[in-house]
Design a protein around this ligand. Structure first.
Ligand SMILES: NC(=O)c1ccc[n+]([C@@H]2O[C@H](COP(=O)([O-])OP(=O)(O)OC[C@H]3O[C@@H](n4cnc5c(N)ncnc54)[C@H](O)[C@@H]3O)[C@@H](O)[C@H]2O)c1
Length: 260
């Protein structure tokens, strides 16, 4: 029997996942049954429900929300021991109660690679002990519009005329300062050596067309250098098209005979 899927948040990522679940044969083993979305948005004839009903009626929940809403959903999912796929990885650092409550529940939480690449190598390197982990992310300046760090530091993004380092710190500080822009750093830290040891550089480049993420992770026996360039999602320039597809890949991996 197909697992009943509930999507929370029908924005750029949620709607791309909904489309994959409901077109071209869908995703084997899963059926989209419920959506939670306060705005006047819908997908085909899928029922729109509250978080309470989404959690109660779904076998697996896909979180595609703004970071500050994630705890509300996670709390309910964990209380009901429901499995959940998180795309807002920054929320897992900003609100530590999410991981604390996950540990107390029987739920399984999945963290797709999002806009990043190379997590497979990093999780294997973790077994050898990671010595250092760093990410350098570059986006067009306006991709950082509204970020708390930009507002608090009075950075005028329109005045940036050449590639500029706008933030340097650890992944926890990056998540708090850029909750909607640098989920990749949070994902890297959760896959690797943790938020406080993961170094983050954020660059604003007026000549950048898309979003570029370069990671360097070192263990005693391996050095991983990976780089990915993503075009911004036309539906939300702060997101990348790849992020939604990483959720689809996670679902396929859950039902495929060959798990990669
Ligand atoms: N892991 C990654 O690499 C990665 C990459 C890109 C984006 N993200 C994150 O994924 C999340 C979703 O991104 P997006 O581009 O789809 O954002 P979006 O703004 O396009 O969509 C968010 C949707 O959530 C809805 N929403 C708000 N409050 C809600 C509530 N209480 N209940 C239900 N729905 C609610 C909004 O109306 C909106 O439709 C964001 O947190 C973003 O930062 C992660």
């Amino acid at each position: 029997m197909n697992k009943r899927v509930g999507i929370a948040g029908l924005g750029a990522i949620g709607s791309a996942v909904a489309k994959k679940l409901t077109s071209d044969g869908g995703i084997k083993g899963f059926e989209l049954k419920y959506i939670s979305e306060p705005k006047d948005k819908s997908h085909k004839n899928i029922n729109k429900v509250s978080f309470d009903d989404l959690v109660a009626q779904s076998d697996i929940i896909i979180e595609c929300l703004p970071a500050n809403i994630v705890t509300q959903l996670a709390e309910k999912a964990f209380k009901a021991n429901k499995d959940i796929i998180f795309i807002s990885s920054a929320a897992l650092l900003i609100y530590p109660q999410i991981m604390d409550n996950l540990a107390k529940s029987k739920s399984k939480a999945y963290l797709p690679s999002g806009a990043l690449c190379g997590l497979d190598g990093i999780t294997a390197m973790k077994e050898m002990g990671i010595k250092s982990s760093k990410i350098s992310s570059t986006k067009p300046p306006m991709g950082f519009t509204g970020a708390p760090y930009i507002i608090e530091n009075n950075i005028n993004l329109k005045n940036i005329t050449s590639k500029t380092l706008i933030f340097e710190g650890n992944a926890l500080e990056a998540a708090k300062g850029f909750p909607a822009n640098i989920n990749v750093a949070a994902t890297l830290s959760l896959a690797g050596i943790g938020a406080k040891k993961t170094r983050v550089e954020i660059w604003a480049d007026p000549n950048a067309i898309g979003n570029k993420h370069q990671i360097t992770v070192k263990s005693g026996y391996s050095t991983l250098n990976a780089s990915i360039e993503n075009m911004p999602d036309p539906a939300n320039p702060k997101s990348s098209v790849l992020a939604a597809q990483s959720i689809v890949a996670t679902l396929r991996n859950m039902s495929n005979a060959l798990v990669i």
